[in-house]
Design a protein around this ligand. Sequence first.
Ligand code: ZN
Length: 186
Amino acid sequence: MAIKKVLKYGTKSLREPSKEVHKVSKKITDLVNDLLDTMYSQNGVGLAAPQIGVNYRVFVIDVSTGDEPLNPLVFINPKIIKKSGAIVSNEGCLSFPEAYTNVRRYKNVMVKALDRRGRVFTLEAADGCLLARAIQHEFDHLEGILFIDHCVNRFETDSVLQKYNLPPIEPDKLLKEPYLENELDD
Ligand code: ZN
């Protein structure tokens, strides 16, 4: 299909919630292929549709590394149906070139979604593995939430954003996460 331009932080549509997919039509499978092509072209681990300017509830992830075979995972209309535990994760995002910062995440998640053929599947990712964190990161994109909204230290995160000429944190978007904060304090 095609490699698309990845929208950068500061673009308004990255903050907009995405629409449910009503039918896994050719339009949606084309979107999935564009997401995969674009993600692989940038060596990303995940990419969500709003990052290429399409506000539908679709994202892709591939956590394979090195000479492992590619393992593209496609999530359409995903729902996180279980989450537990807490972990601090150093994350980046293709919409924030080169900027990495520490964010709070759940350690374990279970997600239910449709695959690219429209079949329901559930997937569990545990122990704060890359897949568990990527699912939460990409799911957030569908809600207009960005990884920096989960930051552990807003001042550190702001200085990283400044270093890479990205707009500052939006204070009203910072998330209150009492469960994660308490778990991490223990
Ligand atoms: Zn991202």
